[in-house]
Design a protein around this ligand. Structure first.
Ligand code: PLP
Length: 399
C-alpha cells in the first residue's frame, strides 16, 4: 500500500486510527480500503516481483494494519501475528532463543504476574533449556533493585499487570536495562492510553484480540519495534516461522481500530464510575483499579498513562463460593475469557485466564480463589452498575 494511505504524521493519534487506509484505493476510489485475500501475487516478469509475492511473507491488508499500529505506538515497524501468543513466540524467538541456539544461552527476566499464557510459555521453554528465566515483581522497588544486579537479553514487562493491575515504571526499568531489550505488553491499555516506546521500551506487544480490534470476533497479535532494524529482524522471523495474521483478520482489526479512541472514552468513564461504586459494597473485600487513589500504582499510572483502563479486579467475600453466587446471577456481564471488547465480561482468573499457572505461582502473584476480573464494556453504565449490584446483593445475603 502506498504511504499516502495514512494521514500526515502530525495528525493526532485519534485521526491516525480513524483514517488508516481510508481512500487509498487507486482502482475504484473505495473509501474503505480493499481486502486482499489472495495468497499470492503475479510477478511483473522473471525476477521482477511486485511489492508482495506471497501472503505468508507479506500482504497489502496486513501491511496496512502493521503500519497503522506502528504509527500509533511510534515504532519503526510492526509484525501482525495470528494471535497474541504468536507475537510472544516471535519476540522470544527473534530476541532470545535465536541466541541460545547459536551457542550463547539467552536470559529473560519477566514480570512475575504476566498473563497466564505468557507465564506458561516462558516457564516451559526455560524448563526445556532454551534460555534462563527469572521472575521478578518489577512494580516493586526490590524488583527494580534486582534488575541493577542482573543482566538479561530481554526484560518482559506487563503494565498494568493481569489481573491485579500492578503498575510498573517503564522508564525506571529502561534505565536499569543495560544491554537488555525492554518489551512491554501493552494489551491492557492499547496505544490510546500508553506508549511504552516513548518511555524507553524497545518492543511493544499486543494481543489485538482485545481492544485494538474491540469486537471479540478475531484472535490476533502484533509486535512493534522501536528501531527499523529490530522490526526487520522480527519480520524476517515472522515469515520464517509462519506466524503472520490472515488478511481477513487483519482487515477486521484495522476496521476495529477506527473507533479505538471513541471506545476508550466510554470504557474509561464506565470503569471509573463502577470502581467508585464497588469500593463501598459490603460483599467486596477489595477493589483493584489504578484509577482509585487508594491503589498503590495510582500516582505512577497518572504520570505514565493517559487513562486508567477498563479492567477492575475484585476480591469477593466468601471466596470461590461467593464468586459462584455472583457470576450465576449476572445478566449483562458474560462469564468469559478475554477483555477489551465492547461488551462487559467477568472472569475468574484462578480457574480461567491464570489456570495455566501452578498454584504456588498464583499464590505468589496474589491471585486468590475469591478474585474476579471485570472487563468493563461500553454499555450504559447504570445498567452495568445494576447488574453487578444485583449479583453482589446475592453474595451479601448468603454470607
Ligand atoms: N497478553 C495479554 C496481556 C493477554 O491478556 C493475552 C490474552 O489474554 C495475551 C497476551 C495472549 O493473546 P492471545 O489470546 O491473542 O493469543
Amino acid at each position: 500500500m502506498s504511504p499516502q494511505s495514512h494521514p500526515p504524521r502530525e495528525c493526532q493519534p485519534c485521526t491516525q486510527s480513524v483514517r488508516s487506509g481510508i481512500a487509498s484505493d487507486p482502482t475504484h476510489g473505495a473509501v474503505a480500503p480493499p481486502l486482499y485475500l489472495s495468497s499470492n501475487f503475479c510477478f511483473e516478469g522473471l525476477e521482477a516481483p511486485r511489492s508482495f509475492d506471497y501472503t505468508r511473507s507479506g500482504n497489502p491488508t496486513r501491511a496496512e494494519l502493521e503500519q497503522a499500529i506502528a504509527r500509533l505506538e511510534g515504532g519503526g515497524g510492526a509484525s501482525g501475528t495470528g494471535s497474541g501468543m504468536a507475537a510472544v513466540t516471535l519476540a522470544l524467538h527473534a530476541f532470545v532463543t535465536d541466541r541460545s541456539l547459536r551457542g550463547r544461552r539467552g536470559k529473560v527476566i519477566a514480570q512475575h504476574d504476566s498473563y497466564g499464557g505468557t507465564h506458561r510459555l516462558l516457564t516451559s521453554l526455560a524448563e526445556g533449556g532454551l534460555f534462563d528465566l527469572r521472575f521478578l515483581d518489577l512494580s516493586s522497588p526490590e524488583g527494580l533493585d534486582a534488575l541493577d544486579r542482573d543482566q538479561a537479553d530481554l526484560i518482559w514487562v506487563e503494565t498494568p499487570s493481569n489481573p491485579l493491575l500492578r503498575v510498573t515504571d517503564i522508564e525506571a526499568v529502561a534505565e536499569r536495562a543495560g544491554d537488555a531489550r525492554v518489551l512491554v505488553d501493552n494489551t491492557f491499555l492499547s496505544p490510546a492510553l500508553q506508549n511504552p516506546l516513548a518511555l524507553g521500551a524497545d518492543l511493544v506487544l499486543h494481543s489485538t484480540t482485545k481492544s485494538l480490534n474491540g469486537h471479540s470476533d478475531i484472535v490476533g497479535g502484533a509486535l512493534v519495534a522501536k528501531t527499523r532494524e529490530d522490526a526487520e529482524t522480527a519480520d524476517w522471523w515472522c515469515n520464517c516461522l509462519g506466524l503472520g495474521q490472515s488478511p481477513f483478520d487483519s482487515y477486521l482489526v484495522l476496521r476495529g481500530m477506527r473507533t479505538l479512541h471513541a471506545r476508550w472514552a466510554v470504557h474509561e468513564r464506565n470503569a471509573n464510575l463502577l470502581a467508585e461504586r464497588l469500593v463501598a459494597h459490603p460483599a467486596v473485600e477489595r477493589v483493584y483499579y489504578p484509577g482509585l487513589r487508594s491503589h498503590p500504582g495510582h500516582g505512577l499510572a497518572r504520570r505514565q498513562q493517559r487513562g486508567f483502563g477498563a479492567i477492575i479486579s475484585l476480591e469477593i467475600a466468601g471466596g470461590k463460593t461467593g464468586v459462584r453466587r455472583l457470576v450465576e446471577d449476572l445478566e449483562l456481564f458474560c462469564l468469559a475469557e478475554s477483555l477489551g471488547g465492547v461488551e462487559s465480561l467477568v472472569s475468574h482468573p484462578a480457574t480461567m485466564t491464570h489456570a495455566a499457572m501452578d498454584p504456588e505461582a498464583r499464590r505468589r502473584a496474589g491471585i486468590t480463589d475469591g478474585l474476579v476480573r471485570l472487563a468493563v464494556g461500553i454499555e450504559a453504565v447504570e445498567d452495568l452498575v445494576a447488574d453487578i449490584e444485583r449479583g453482589l446483593e446475592r453474595v451479601r445475603r448468603a454470607a
